[in-house]
Design a protein around this ligand. Structure first.
Ligand code: NAD
Length: 485
């Protein structure tokens, strides 16, 4: 059985308390690795290492930091198959998805931010004949990075790469549910010769290791992705310490289909946005709204397509859906399926645990792709984030009504709109309160755009320039220009 270690000050080390957590393979329900259950002392050691590494790393020329990060990207790419397998076993997602989405995106994240730092420029403003103003952007010190389990390496690298590129050093606390790819990343960083202390990865629970990182006085920047309740806890701890905090949290995203949409594209796109990664993507369109004139046809076609999705062993090439990430998540999703029945919903397909053929996966956490209709608009299943392969479909009569329905949520992460009417597309995109609105697509995004959510989906933005700004502190310098003699 593999034992994961912490990466602190350039070395692979055991947790100081000697405690470990079981790491489960969700497809089999078996323990396959041990993860450090790190404590405050481990976080302290990591922060001290990051603090000591900061002066040299932040003063290093941007080109040299760029080279170091490109080396890491190359190593991830060279070890793509091993990392994809690790992510599949750790998370339960199909190997094909880890291979085509998660790991390639981690490579892209490192490459994108490595190179963006050499093009990042500061602003200067001339006050006519009075003074020259310019703004320096200084790295802020040690960044504390906390990531979730649904896209483990993808989201960890999305935060680590801009923090390091801008000259910060990092202490990262990946999800204790899926620690394996973060561990493998630390081994690759050693291989890449990343200077000791620049990146530290400490494994353990949120309440212990995560909370210790958030409240550490030498960590002025916190970037978090995870659930809204956890984000609120982090805000409560970091707020009084005046830390700079980015919170990327949950979603309950609307997916709107107008009568004039390309019907087949809308069905195909909605299938992906409802069920990708077993519905465990914060951006999944779990509330589907269909204009009433095509409602019955859409439900029928969509349900027929959902029934064809193969739930299977994540290692098998033809599995469309793997296992949910943990027993906890599996039980949570099943409890929402019961709630949907209690709330009067009609289960059009799925509705329970899925049985997967073969002995290997008989105890895995598999759930059927589930489509529910006829639910009251304000019921819990339509309001709360389920984070599983479950979507609800509701008819609507007109644009005003569907915009109101889409916005009637505490969340505001993303939305999709399917229509061929260009005017309507822009109008609805403008009226929906969400950080990202997709027109006739889903999960397509240039890394240069700001990314984040509104309302309870997030505070602050990451991505592109926003990330480089987030991890730096602007400092204005004003130089008096002597007037002409
Ligand atoms: P979670 O909030 O349970 O855990 C996320 C991370 O926070 C983990 O590393 C966990 O150990 C840590 N944590 C937990 N309690 C903590 C505390 N008190 N202090 C510090 N750290 C703590 O979330 P999860 O279940 O891992 O992930 C699923 C959630 O993440 C969903 O709500 C999903 O929508 C959200 N998510 C959001 C985005 C986005 O970009 N907005 C992206 C992916 C996932």
């Amino acid at each position: 059985m593999e034992t994961i270690l912490n990466y602190i000050n350039g070395g692979m080390v055991e947790p100081t308390g000697g405690a470990y957590l079981d790491n489960f393979n969700p497809a089999t329900g078996e323990v396959y690795a041990q993860t450090p259950d790190s404590n405050e002392k481990d976080i302290e050691n990591a922060v001290q290492a990051a603090y000591a590494a900061f002066p040299a790393w932040s003063r290093m020329p941007a080109n040299a930091r760029c080279d170091a990060l490109l080396k890491i990207a190359d190593l991830i790419e060279a070890n793509m198959d091993e990392l994809a397998l690790a992510e599949c076993v750790d998370n339960g997602k199909p190997l094909s998805l880890a291979r085509s989405l998660d790991i390639p995106r981690a490579v892209e994240n490192f490459r994108f931010f490595a190179t963006s730092i050499i093009h990042f420029h500061s602003e200067s403003h001339m006050m006519d004949g009075v003074a020259l103003n310019y703004t320096l952007r200084k790295p802020r010190g040690v960044a504390g990075i906390i990531s979730p389990w649904n896209l483990p390496l993808y989201l960890l690298s999305w935060k680590i790469a801009p923090a390091l590129a801008t000259g910060n050093t990092v202490v990262a606390k990946p999800s204790e549910v899926t620690p394996m790819t973060a561990y493998k990343l630390s081994l690759l960083c050693q291989q890449a010769g990343l200077p000791a202390g620049v990146l530290n990865i400490v494994h353990g629970t949120g309440v212990r290791a995560g909370a210790a990182l958030v409240s550490h006085k030498s960590v002025p920047t916190i970037s978090f992705t995870g659930g809204t309740a956890t984000g609120a806890e982090i805000a409560r701890s970091a707020g009084p310490m005046f830390k700079k905090v980015a919170l990327e949290m949950g979603g309950k995203n609307p997916n709107i289909i107008f009568t004039d949409a390309d019907f087949n594209a809308a069905v195909k796109g909605s299938l992906k946005s409802s069920f990708a990664n077993q519905g465990q993507v914060c951006l999944c369109g779990s509330r589907v709204y269909v204009e009433s004139s095509i409602y019955e046809k859409f439900v029928e076609t969509f349900v027929a397509a959902a029934k064809k999705l193969k739930v299977g062993d994540p290692l098998e090439k033809d599995s469309d859906q793997g296992a949910l990430v943990s027993k906890l998540q599996y039980e949570k999703v099943l409890s929402y399926l019961q709630l949907a029945r209690d709330e009067g919903g009609k289960i059009r397909c799925g509705g329970g645990a899925a049985t997967v053929s073969g002995e290997r996966c008989k105890n895995g956490y598999f759930v059927e792709p589930t489509v529910i209709t006829d639910l009251p608009i304000h019921c819990r299943v339509n309001k709360e984030e389920i984070f599983g392969p479950v979507c609800t479909i509701t008819p609507f009569e007109n644009e005003d009504e569907v915009v109101a329905l889409a916005n009637d949520t505490d969340y505001g992460l993303s939305a999709s709109v399917w229509t061929k009417d260009v005017g309507r597309a822009h109008r609805v995109a403008d009226r929906i309160n969400a950080g990202t609105v997709w027109i006739n697509c889903w999960l397509v995004r240039d890394l240069r755009v700001p990314f984040g959510g509104m309302k309870q989906s997030g505070v602050g933005r990451e991505g592109g320039l926003e990330a480089l700004r987030f991890y730096t502190e602007p400092k204005n310098v004003c130089v008096r220009v002597p007037s002409h003699a």
